[in-house]
Design a protein. Sequence first.
Length: 236
Amino acid sequence: MVELERPRFDAAAFLTTAGLGRRIIQLAPKDAFFSQGDFADSVFYLQKGRAKVTVVSATGKEASITLLSAGDFVGEEALAALSGVRLATATAITACTTLKITRMEMIHVMHKEHSLSDLFLKFMLERSMRIQADLVDQLFNSSEKRLARILLLMAEFGEPGEPEQYIPPITQETLAEMIGTTRSRVSFFMNRFCKLGFIEYNGRIRVHKSLLNVVLHDRLPQHNAEQSSVHRHSRR
């Protein structure tokens, strides 16, 4: 008796289609994938759109932790040995399409199919490296340079091959939360980037690749007393 060969598992198909223990959900801007304090019973795979992860302190202060784009997982804390509650809130910035996978189904398939567990491990390693880079950025770079880095990271979420990228809609308050400064400082830096030709405001924000000079080479035109003032303020 000839044993039938088991069909080859397709990780891409698993993450883009509904099925046992998983369903596709459409989210409008500002809709939540989950909220801080919810029971962590599922993992989400973002198929399309932009989202952010935020936390709220005991005193009610909100901080943005990271931005998400298509191909990212979120809610991975549900896979911990003892599932608990969500430690953060994930919210859509633009219209999103996401695959919600139950904790049990994700654990089962990861144990059974190495292609999915390899893909998930690669994502987790990349996220760990991103978090480490964010920490170094927060500890050692000026707020002006941190803003430039965030804008460049967001611009990379656009269509590949475009020389200059638009970033998803985001408020100056959110940008301020992400880089640890005030909205007024973000406004000051954004206006400065505009005047220097690094970005454009035209309904949406377009980021030029020349902004890389701020992050990679710390190149900002010297303007005597004005530059000194900017440098002093950007360290706050």
